[in-house]
Ligand binder design. Structure first.
Ligand SMILES: NC(=O)C1=CN([C@@H]2O[C@H](COP(=O)(O)OP(=O)(O)OC[C@H]3O[C@@H](n4cnc5c(N)ncnc54)[C@H](OP(=O)(O)O)[C@@H]3O)[C@@H](O)[C@H]2O)C=CC1
Ligand SMILES: O=C(O)[C@@H]1CCC=N1
Length: 271
């Protein structure tokens, strides 16, 4: 039996099919979601989605199993204005900042699950955190978890208050790691390597270290120590990187704090 049986029967509506909506849709279709059961609402849907058998910008099914909202927080009010007051439909939002009570104003009788995914979902390597409203039953949370586990791992939160920090860490986090690759590549160039060689070394080092961190039984700290020979090259590099005042720890603290704070602002309706 497909995990998507009820959704394939009643339908899924995806409002906003950009980078995040598209990444999730790709994962769902590859895991058994039938294209004909998906209604995509996006005024300027990318051409790559046009010939996939999806229902594009068509009237909504009468009683869809799930509606996924994946538009920018700043566009959410517009998007919500265009959808009916569903009640028997699970509403899932992936928007940063936008709080559950905002959705409850549009869907006062609906189960609502707020999710924070990330873009490695496009290759099934995402991590999503979720939390439901008072009307979301265990079955609704399971449905949301089924959807999100099709594109990576899922954790459940204890409180919606955690969501902005989750957003600042894992929602935005892939961008920090991509920037780390860029910075490592530039640093290699500064030591005389060619841009191509430097980028390849940086990219595969981050990919391999990330995969090892997930696969290994040891903590990242132990994996780090395994690379670090006493008096060797890594120790010399880490002395700079781990400097408590000017190194990565205070920089990363400020980075995640700034992103978390921006999530809070978006939740209060900031543009
Ligand atoms: N990108 C990421 O890494 C992550 C994003 N998110 C969240 O996902 C949501 C979407 O972000 P992202 O995918 O990056 O943004 P995108 O801009 O790539 O995607 C949003 C899509 O929604 C479309 N759209 C705009 N207005 C409407 C509307 N009224 N009805 C239907 N569709 C509409 C946009 O069209 P157009 O471009 O023409 O405006 C666009 O195609 C945001 O709320 C973000 O916080 C969460 C986790 C990670
Ligand atoms: O930058 C943003 O606001 C979105 C949310 C998390 C990742 N991208």
């Amino acid at each position: 039996m497909s995990d998507f049986e009820d959704i394939n029967t009643r339908g899924l509506v995806l409002v906003g099919c950009g980078r995040m909506g598209g990444a999730m849709l790709k994962g769902w279709l590859s895991r058994g979601l039938q294209p004909g059961s998906v209604t995509v609402i996006d005024p300027r849907l990318a051409p790559e989605w046009q010939d996939k058998g999806l229902r594009v910008n068509q009237p909504l099914p009468e009683n869809p199993a799930v509606m996924v909202l994946a538009v920018k927080p700043q566009m959410m009010a517009d998007a919500l204005g265009g959808v009916p007051r569903l009640s028997d439909t699970l509403v899932v939002s992936v928007a940063a900042g936008t709080t559950i009570d905002t959705f409850e104003r549009s869907f006062p009788d609906a189960p609502i699950v707020r999710v924070m995914p990330n873009t490695p979902a496009a290759i099934g390597q995402g991590i999503s955190a979720l939390i439901g409203n008072g009307l979301a039953t265990a079955a609704h949370l399971d449905t949301a978890e089924t959807l999100m586990s099709a594109v990576g791992r899922v954790v459940r939160l204890d409180s919606e208050d955690q969501m902005d920090a989750v957003t600042g860490l894992s929602g935005s986090g892939p961008a920090y790691v991509f920037h780390m690759i860029e910075a490592m590549a530039k640093a290699g160039e500064a030591q005389g390597l060619s841009p191509e060689l430097s980028l390849e070394l940086a990219r595969m080092t981050v990919a391999g270290a990330g995969a090892l961190a997930v696969d290994a039984d040891e903590d990242p700290a132990v994996l780090r120590e395994n690379v670090t020979s006493p008096g060797g090259t890594t120790a010399a590099g880490l002395k700079v990187l781990m400097d408590p005042e000017n190194g990565l720890p205070p920089l990363m603290r400020r980075t995640v704090a700034a992103a978390t704070e921006r999530g809070r602002e978006l939740g209060k309706g900031a543009a």
